[in-house]
Every structure is written in structure tokens, then in C-alpha cells.
Write a new protein. Sequence first.
Lengths: 522, 289
Amino acid sequence: MKSEADIEQIDVDAVNSKTYRSLYEARKKIHPKRATGDFRRFKWAVMFITLGIYYITPWIRWDRGDGLPDQAVLLDLANRRFYFFFIEIWPHEFFYVAGMLVMAGIGLFLVTSILGRAWCGYTCPQTVWVDLFLVVERFFEGERNARIKLDAAPWTPSKAIKRGAKHFVWLVIAVATGGAWIFYFADAPTLLVDLFSGQAYFAAYATIGTLTATTYIFGGLMREQVCTYMCPWPRIQAAMLDEHSLTVTYNDWRGEPRSRHLKRMRKEGVSTGDCVDCNACVAVCPMGIDIRDGQQMECISCALCIDACNGVMERLGLEKGLISYATLNDYDANMALAGAGKHVGSPQIIPENVRDEFGKLSERVKRFSPRVFARTRTLIYLFVYAAIGIAMLVHLGMRERLDVKILPDRNPQFVVLSDGSIRNGYELKILNMKGESQQFLISVGGLQNPKISEAGSIYAADNWLATEVPADKTKALKVFVAMSRDHLRQSSTPFNFIVSEMGSTDQKTVSSMFKAPREIAK
Amino acid sequence: MADREIDEATGVETVGHEWDGIKELDNPMPRWWLWTFYATIIFSIGYMIYYPSIPLIEDSTQGISGHTNRAALQVEMAEAAESRQVYLSQIADSDLQVIRGNEELARFAVAGGDSAFKIHCSQCHGTGAQGSPGYPNLNDDDWLWGGDLDAIYLSIKHGIRNDEDDDARYSEMPAYGADELLERDEIAQVTQYVLQISGQDHDRELAALGEETFGSECATCHGPNGGGDREFGAPNLTDAISLYGNNAELIARQIRKPKHGVMPAWGDRLSDETVKQLAIYVHNLGGGE
């Protein structure tokens, strides 16, 4: 077991803690130290996966047949189609996207009610890109102390080179970020060539420019200020938390009273908590807070302080988890056990209350239990989430790939023909949402002996009409339906258009009205 | 100037005013705000130089760009015209049948004809081409002067019964009553006969008498059976469609002192491409032959 003398006391101010924060002062720069540990490894993995998905997805190919895009994920705004692997969404099916957004919202409720601001800490693009930018910063300017020194140093060629290189790489990352975004909206390989040959649309360049600027400014320059001052999510997410949610917590009941000379004090019989006040948790915090001040608005739950503290605890030979994911319920129970009530940083913590005679943590201390996952609240979220998901999947599996829309002529409503029969005109729109060109048969149900013809067609009127609709297209055609006066009883006769696909059972029946002169009603 | 007060909590001067105990700090503007403000000022100088900006008594400064909304509109209109020209030149060079047979060209012609129809034709024929008494309905299959593409094209190009175009087709029905070519009861008999051949209630005896008169006086133009003759624009009297109404009184009135519709010649007013598009559009309305 090492002595606490080996633990470096870091000279650091939590610039955003209540004590130091002043709304009347300019922002103090934060120089987060690199953390190592399980959570940091997990965050690297998340960064690797999310960035990988973001950059690679537009380049995945997916064969859909002739004339259709072969990009797996494509938001084709010009042709109003959304492609996602084997799913193709037309504008009138946009509710799938709305449903996904609702699911994303409920999913966020679910995760937040269990794990607090896990979205902020691990997967939010702001967090991921800031992490990436910090890697670059560390590469060129060194670790925390070196960066502080460089900040204070006068401008020299060496400082200029370091700074310049850092900003250059940041800008390259920012351009790549903005550049990757636009590939979701057009055929990626074509667009890449067009981009470099200057043939791409202005909107493409403007989008890259905008996203480059936001990535560079948010990720490189503004960092934690985006989360604290600009982002509405934290305020909303805070409302999802309750006393059963796991949040990053400094366990005062175990850490207090702090002592920089833990071993000596204990040897001398003075009871102390486990916190050696090394400030490792403060040094690694990208938000510039001291987690030991308790739950704070700024905390994004990135858990890097847990890693930092666990490293120290390990070296001291103490149990890990002085800073840990804990629920407010467990925290309060342990605080009560320690005799301190519910108040953070209360002086009445009695270290012996939570420890056994060997100095280990007592059996009576409440620890993490997986039961916090299954609560009424989380189960309801899960149920709603799953219900929407299943409903959409079922709908997706059953959805029709044929749709027909009918617009009857209003001017004139009907035309009297020379043989006295009545003719109505209709604008038919046939949506062939399949990947192949299809033949359709148009007929009419509910009218006696109707004559159907297509405007401009050279074929004579018959009781059916055939038309071809190309793959993945909407065809509009003007259709005339003529009826003998003798078969009409009223000035408005309801009837159906029946559009059936040849060589398949797909059929669509749409109701409409046949209009006739009023005097026809007998 | 009065002594400025320093706020204790912040160490910032107040502006010296007090409202119900509330004082305002004299903080400077946020720098980003100020920079944005300066940037807009610099931008506005460039804008003023580039665009027309400062109003003068009758005009304004023109700016180095010489931009005007009218000129910008003209450029856009010219671009639109250029994009249409691809189709228009094809339409100019093609026969009506060829245009109709080409799906893309036909679609363009129908759309262009629709728009031209709304401007030039709807005043008489109605916005839906449904016509009104005296003005033919173009949706139906009854044509005075022919309903195939070429006949429609000729009717639009030269018009009907006008003085301005020598090729305008002309015909006039004698005023049998006003010019006393037929007696009153003869007119009544012919009226009953016309009611008979158009399949309506009629007086059999009078109609039988009217048939004779019809044979000698009307059949020359309207045909022995009243089927009409498009050569003279003579309407088919046997069908369900009539230009001036088909009850006894309206038919008799038309025999006594007929009305004749006049249509202007559009060949001089509109380009040939437009007339062709109109012909395609009218033909496409449902009655084209």
C-alpha cells in the first residue's frame, strides 16, 4: 500500500464552481487533464463508434435496381424520398420519421430517468467533438500543466507553431465534419467529385461552411459554454431525474472530513474520510466544476471524475467508488447513516458510522442495486417506447406500395355529350412506390355501364383503362368517365375507382362522386 | 455630472437612475455583440456602394452594381423563356399530330395551352372551357366547324365570322321570320320538327308539316336529317347539345332572327406556337376527334 504522499496534490480551481463563478467575469479557460479508467475507455469506444457511423454511413452502397439511388442512407430532398437500406419513405409516409423522433424523445426520457444525463456525457455530438478536439490539443500542446504554461507564455515561434498546428487540425476536422453531413443528401461519390471540381451546388458549400464554423467554434473555442449557456437539453433532462436515477455523485458520507494526511491522521487515531483532497476529480473535469460541491447544473455526467478518483483510491488501497454513480435515495440513506442529515458537505459526518472495526465500509452502507432499472416510471417509458416501435414495424411490414389520389374536375363539374350522356373528368394520381415499372388497370365500381377514357388518348372509351407507371414514380392522368342519362338517378352518384396492379394482388379502391345536371333527378 | 455610484456586489458603476429601489449597472456591451454591430456597419458601407441606396429627390444613387428589381425580374423571365424555348422550337417545327404523339411535348403544350386559354379565351368560353349560351362548350364532342386537331387549329388561327382575317370561315343563316321568308305557322311547324329530331316532346301533326318545310328550306345546310354540316358551321340539330337553347321558344327565336357567334382571328395576335398549344389543349379537353 502506498502512502498518500505519492498522490499528487493538483493545484486547480474549479472555475465554474459556485465559489469561483462570477457572472460578471469573462470565462476562465479550462484545461482538463487526461483521465484514464473504465469510463474513459468506454467513452473512447463510444467516440469511435459514433464518429465511425457518422463518417462511413453515406458511403455504404445498397442496390435498388435501375434508375434508383444505390446509397444505403439517403435523404433525397430534390426527389422527396428518404432511403434507409431496404426501407424507402415517400413524403406522405413521413410520420415514420416523426415516430422515430417521438421514440428518440421517449428513449431519452428512459435513459435519463435511469442514468441521468448519459446522453450529454457520452453521445452528444458536442461532447464527442470536444473530446476529439482535446485529443488534438493534447497532442500539440501537451498535458494540462504544459498547456497552462503555454497559455501564460509570451508569443514565440514555437508557441505560434503549436497553436497554429492545433487550429489547423481543428479546422481540418471541422471541414470533414461539415463535409460528411452533405453526403447524406446526395450520391456521395458523385458529390465528392463535384465538390472538388467546383460543380456542386452552392448549398453544399454553404452547408460545409456553416458546419465547419459551428464545429470549430463550438468544439474548439466555446466548449463547456455551449452546454451550460446555449443548450436547452440539460434543463429538460434535469426534469427527468428523480431520487432513483443514477447520477455522478461524490459520496460525502465516505469522503468527509477530507484530509491531506490520511494515513498519519488515522495512525494517530483521528478519524477522517477517504478524500485526500488531491483535486484529481477537479483537474479532469471538462466542465470546470468540483463534483464534491454536489449535483450541479454544469455536470454532464461524463464520469471522468469517477475514473480519476478511482485511480487514486486504487493507489491508496481503498475501495473504489468515492465518486460513483449513485441514486439520491442511496446517497441520502448513507448520509443519514453517517449522521449528517441530507446536507452536502455537512460537518457532522462521523466516519466511524459508515465503517466497520477494520476501517472498511460497513455492511449497512447502501450500494448500487440493479433494481433501480425496473421502476414503474422506467417500465412505462419502456412500454411506450416499445409500443411505438412495434406499431411502426408492423405498419412498415404491412404498408402498401400503391396509392391512388383522385381529384374530380370542378370546372366544369360535368359535360353533356351529343348523345345526351354525361361525362365527368377526374385527375388520377397513381403512386407506384415499388422499384419496378408496373402496369395498372383502372376500372369503376358502382356505376352502370360506364365508359372510361384517358384525355388525349387515341383509344376509344371502354369500361377499363390500362396505364403504366414507371418505378418509384407518381403518374398523373386525366380520366373521363361517361354515363348514359338513363342509368343516373341523382345529381351526385357515389362510386369507386378501382386501380389494380397487373400480375399482383395489389389493388386500391378510392371513392369519388359522379356529378350530373340537377334536372336528372326524377 | 453627479457622482456615479459604485455597486457593492459587482464593483460596477450604476447609471445613476433609480426606479423603486432598482438601479441599473453601467456594464459595457458584450464584446461579441459590439463586434457584430461594427461588422454590420462595415457591411452596410459596402452595401450602400454596391446597391442603389441613398434616396435623391427624383431618383436614388444607382450603386456600382446598377441593380434594379425590374432588371432582375427581366433576367429571370428571360431565363424562364429560354428554358421554354427548347419545347417551343420543337412545337414550332412539328405537326400537331407529332406534338400530340410525343408525351413530353404534349404535356408541355397542354400546360402552355391552358395558361394561354385562361388569358385569351376564357372571357367567352369560360375558365373551364365550359362555354355559355352562344359560346360553345369546348369540353363536349359536338363541333360546329370540326373537332380534329387541324380544324381546331384553323378555327383558332383565323377565327369565325370576323372581318379581320380573309380566311375566317363565314356562314349566316337567313332570318326566316324577320325577313318574312316563312310564315309564322311555318316557323312553328319547323320548330316542332326540330324538337322531334332532337328527341324531345313535340306536336306530331305540326312536326310532320314542319318536315316538309325543313326539307326545302333548312336541309341545304343542316342536312336532310338535320345532322348539320361542318362545312358551313351548321349545327347538328339532332343531338342533345344546342348553342342557343333547345326549347320551343328558343328554337323558334333562332329561326325567326338567328344569332351568329363571332370569334376573332388569333393568328395575328398570338405566335404560331401558342396557337398550336391552344389547339392541343382544346383537343385534349375531352371532345377531340
